[in-house]
Design a protein around this ligand. Structure first.
Ligand code: HPA
Length: 246
C-alpha cells in the first residue's frame, strides 16, 4: 500500500475514487484531515489532503509529523507527495511537471523532527539524497510509460510562506541552486526519512516564481488555479501508471 499526500489544487476526488475514510490520531496530534482509502491502478492507496478539507491549514501550520505518522501507522510503505511549486529554472515554466532530486530548506520554526528529546536517543538521519532513489526511478518510469513529459531532476527550495517570495529572494535561491520553490516540502521529506518511509515529490509548476517569466510584477492567483486544474489529470496518469507497475 502506498500513500499520496495532495497539495494545493489536488483534492483526492480528482485523482481517485474514495472508498473509506478514517479519522486518525497520533502521539503528535491529529493529521490534516481524514485518511481516505482508495484504489489507484488496482492497488490500495491512502490519500491525505495536506491542507485539510477546505484548505484550512497554511504551510507553516500543517501537522507534518502527525500526517506521516498516521500514514505509516495505516500501513503505507511509500509516500508520493504532490505539490504546486513556483518555477525558477528556465525549463520549469507553468504546467511543467518536475520530479526533483534535491532539497534546500529555508523554513523555520516548524516541528521538524521526531527525535526531540525525552527518552528518544538522538538520531541524525542521512539526507545526502533527500528523496528515495527507487521511488523516484519508479515515478520517472511511470511517466515515461504513459508518455507524460517530466523534468527528471530539480532542486526544491522550501520557503516558509504563507506569503510568496520577493523577486530578490528568488534570485538568492536561484544563486543557491534552487530550480523550484514551494512551501511544504520540508519538513515533510525529512520526517518521512526519519520514519524510513520512501518519499518522493511530483511537483507541478503552477506559476513562474517572483521576478521570473511573466511574474515580474505580480503572481496571478487565478492563473495558478487554472494551471493546476489543467495539469492534475496528467499527474493522476503518472500515479496510476506507478500503481499498475507495482
Ligand atoms: N512560491 C512558493 N510556493 C509556491 C509558489 C511560489 O511561487 N507557487 C506555488 N507554490
Amino acid at each position: 500500500m502506498f500513500a499520496v499526500i495532495g497539495g494545493s489544487g489536488v483534492v483526492g476526488s480528482t485523482l481517485m475514487k474514495m472508498e473509506r475514510r478514517q479519522i486518525a490520531r497520533t502521539p503528535y496530534g491529529e493529521p490534516s484531515g481524514p485518511l481516505n482509502f482508495a484504489t489507484i491502478g488496482g492497488r490500495e492507496a491512502i490519500f491525505l489532503a495536506r491542507h485539510g478539507p477546505g484548505h484550512i491549514h497554511p504551510p507553516h501550520m500543517v501537522n507534518y509529523r502527525a500526517n506521516l505518522w498516521a500514514l505509516r501507522e495505516a500501513g503505507a510503505k511509500a509516500v508520493i507527495s504532490l505539490a504546486a511549486v513556483g518555477g525558477i529554472a528556465a525549463t520549469c515554466g507553468p504546467g511543467v511537471i518536475v520530479i526533483p532530486d534535491q532539497i534546500i530548506d529555508y523554513t523555520h520554526g516548524r516541528e521538524h523532527t521526531f527525535f526531540d528529546g525525552g527518552d528518544k536517543q538522538v538520531h541524525h538521519i542521512d539526507f545526502t539524497l533527500p528523496y528515495d532513489s527507487e521511488l523516484r526511478g519508479a515515478l520517472l518510469a511511470a511517466a515515461q510509460s504513459v508518455a507524460e513529459p517530466v523534468v527528471s531532476t530539480g532542486v526544491y527550495a522550501a520557503t516558509q510562506g504563507p506569503r510568496l517570495e520577493s523577486a530578490a529572494e528568488i534570485s538568492r535561491i536561484a544563486g543557491d541552486g534552487g530550480t523550484l520553490v514551494g512551501m511544504t516540502g520540508m519538513p515533510e521529506a525529512a520526517l518521512a526519512r526519519e520514519l524510513e518511509l520512501p518519499y518522493a515529490h511530483i511537483c507541478v509548476v503552477s506559476n513562474w516564481a517572483a521576478g521570473r517569466g511573466n511574474s515580474t510584477e505580480t503572481i496571478s492567483h487565478s492563473a495558478i488555479e487554472a494551471t493546476m486544474r489543467a495539469s492534475i489529470d496528467r499527474v493522476a496518469k503518472i500515479v496510476d501508471a506507478y500503481a499498475r507497475a507495482l
